[in-house]
Ligand binder design. Structure first.
Ligand SMILES: [Zn+2]
Length: 470
């Protein structure tokens, strides 16, 4: 590595506590020659011990510089084609450092609402373990390292089969188990009214039934972590209390409930709103209505589908402002239609249509959407360009905020070598307007996973000019 008077190496954060983030103020720090040589020797040691143990050819050993999405600090990742060896804090050594396009590093993205992908559907009556493995691959491809398979309104047998199959997939594959943060049961205890029920089949919409839910939970091996219900049923508050006591998050959605009914369920422990603003009537009384009631209740954290179709840009902005950035999280609500060409399809939610513009609608009309078909990077992009969020706030909505709902801590401060990460680029047009958030690589449990993209050669070439390899 090129070390000059302005370059400072810090101890590996995996073995030594990282200093407090200081933005770009590295230049003010003093070099401790003793510490510097120790760090270089220890990293050479790590490098050669890894190579001896793994017998990886020299050509596979690489490094790249990434920027933390939250602090803006730079890290060099030492890795081969499969795994990470170390994260090493580095500092800019000249002004041209800042001209190199950034590779951003964030925790792996988290999606609490995934119905399926590429023809595979969690609520398909014939869903198999292989389908679930295929969906996990698709999610990794999109930068998502944790997600909630979402099983939607159906008859008892279909839901039981889905639960058993997801549980079996977790038991058969440690990768699947590590990716599935819990099952989201969206329905069947939702409104049967047209509009609120969305594309969920009316005959199967029903009142909350705790005994039935317990059978679903048993079939799922206890993996159901979220249940979406409508508070409009008399049994909803009692069901909510039992679910919350058992450790399940209750989320309000697909509802035609009154404000009083919504408050009763929130009083009973409901803490989330499912895809707020969708699964609603085409026309609503101006006020009061169930959108204002949920927007105003600070106990309810709002899931948002920010694909550009489910919520118009103005609505997305207003919802984000109303709830506050800490009280929102991003979901894709992606379905088996993701990645499919335009046309009509039969799905577990009945006949749907993929339109040329990417919208997924209930077949035969254009008003009611039937889920989404665009991945998380689009939602992150739209939170920044439509709702005015910073990169950090938008990524929080796709990582820390949903993980906090699941009460799953991240250890991103320490950058563990076996952690989950997403590497991505923010791409601007000629007018410097953000036009794309592109996943470059997904790292799951410290291992690189395939994505559709390769690390852009222009970035690596530019980085090579700034660093000499070991
Ligand atoms: Zn829904």
């Amino acid at each position: 590595m090129d070390v000059n008077s302005k370059t400072i190496l810090l101890a590996n954060p995996n073995t030594r506590k990282k200093p407090n983030p200081i933005g770009f103020g590295f230049f003010r720090w003093q070099i401790d020659p003793g510490m510097l040589s120790c760090v270089i020797i220890s990293h050479l040691g790590i490098f050669f011990s890894h190579r001896l143990l793994k017998k990886s050819p020299m050509t596979q050993y690489q490094s790249m510089t990434v920027t933390r999405f939250d602090t803006g600090n730079f890290f060099m990742i030492e890795h081969n084609a499969e795994e990470i060896f170390s994260f090493m804090p580095v500092a800019p050594n000249n002004e041209s450092f800042y001209d190199v396009p950034r590779l951003w590093l964030s925790p792996g993205w988290v999606d609490l609402q995934v119905n399926g992908y590429a023809g595979h559907d969690f609520t398909d009556p014939n869903v198999s373990v292989e389908d679930i493995l295929a969906i996990c691959d698709c999610m990794l491809n999109d930068g998502v390292t944790s997600f909630c398979p979402t099983v939607t309104t159906q008859g008892n047998e279909v839901i039981l089969h889905s639960m058993e199959t997801i549980d079996a997939a977790c038991r058969q594959s440690s990768l699947v188990e590590s990716m599935i943060a819990g099952i989201h049961l969206e329905g069947p205890y939702i409104s049967a009214e047209d509009g609120p029920r969305g594309a969920h089949p009316r005959p199967h919409c029903r009142t909350p039934d705790w005994e039935e839910f317990c059978k679903f939970q048993e079939a799922a091996g206890g993996r159901i972590k979220i249940v979406t219900l409508s508070p409009e049923y008399n049994d909803a508050p009692a069901f909510t209390r039992q679910a919350v006591e058992s450790g399940v998050i209750v989320s309000i959605g697909h509802t035609a409930a009154s404000g009083e009914q919504i408050r009763a369920v929130a009083d009973a422990g409901a803490t989330m709103s499912t895809h707020l603003g969708n699964g609603a009537h085409g026309q609503l009384r101006r006020h009061p209505n169930y959108l204002w009631d949920q927007l105003a209740d600070d106990r309810l954290i709002g899931g948002l589908i920010a694909d550009g179709h489910h919520l118009p840009p103005e609505v997305l902005k207003v919802f984000v402002r109303a709830k506050g950035v800490e009280r929102i999280f991003l979901v894709s609500d992606i379905t088996s239609m993701a990645g499919m060409p335009a046309g009509k399809y039969d799905t577990s939610l009945g006949a749907v249509e993929v339109l040329e513009d990417g919208r997924l609608v209930v077949a035969g009309q254009r008003q009611f959407l039937a889920g989404a078909a665009l991945p998380m990077n689009i939602g992150i992009l739209n939170l920044m360009r439509y709702a005015g969020l910073s990169l950090q706030e938008a990524i929080d909505a796709a990582t820390i905020n949903p993980l906090m709902q699941l009460k799953q801590a991240t250890n991103f401060d320490e950058l563990p070598l076996d952690g989950d990460y997403c590497l991505f680029q923010c791409i601007h047009d000629e007018d410097q307007q953000l036009k794309e958030v592109r996943v470059v690589a997904t790292i799951k449990g410290g291992k690189f996973r395939p994505t559709n993209y390769e690390t852009p050669s222009d970035i690596l070439e530019a980085q090579k000019k700034l660093y000499k390899p070991f």
